[in-house]
Write a protein of this length. Structure first.
Length: 174
């Protein structure tokens, strides 16, 4: 957990890293909701002092909105919760490494810590393709933690895309 907190977290009694796992499981539950809605299964939660204040799952298809990524929706939800677009003491948990668009929003919101599960080797902007948070010319540098429940986070995506490919093959065989 972020050691700069002034208020103790309700999860302070958990061993180091257990809070990260619990919040990532909440993000995974949202990823399942995305999958159930026919969206790419990515989920995100924003946490302030050990409490989830923002939730989101991928919805660009259903919302006809290319910016409706899980992180963007969770950040919007959290900002409404605290009545401020700045989220400086917050942590963002997301099942897939944020893309450049989401990293930009995270940066503008001043999120303190980003915890993600699976790496995104095609569009990841927190270390896999590039790392915007390590760019010294930019004015905000969130702490990045990767690999929390990486196997589970990657598996839901792999299963989703395997099913999608199988459906496509079945359509072509008809």
């Amino acid at each position: 957990m972020n050691k700069d907190r002034t208020a103790p977290s309700p999860l302070a009694t958990l061993h180091e890293g257990e809070g990260d796992v619990a919040f990532m499981r909440a993000a995974l539950a949202l990823a399942q909701q995305a999958q159930d809605a026919g969206e790419v299964p990515v989920g995100a939660v924003v946490v302030l002092n050990g409490v989830i204040i923002g939730r989101g799952f991928n919805a660009p298809i259903s919302r006809h909105d290319p910016s409706a990524h899980a992180e963007m929706l969770a950040l919007r939800d959290a900002a409404l919760h605290v009545d401020n677009y700045r989220l400086p003491s917050c942590e963002l948990y997301v099942t897939l490494e944020p893309c450049l668009m989401c990293a930009g929003a995270i940066m503008h919101a001043r999120v303190a810590r980003v915890i993600y599960g699976a790496n995104d080797y095609k569009t990841g902007a927190c270390g896999s393709v590039l790392n915007v948070f390590s760019e010294p010319r930019l004015n905000h540098h969130a702490e990045i933690v990767s690999g929390v429940l990486a196997v589970e986070c990657g598996q839901i995506l792999s299963d989703f895309f395997a099913a999608r490919r199988a459906q496509q093959r079945n359509k072509e065989d008809e």
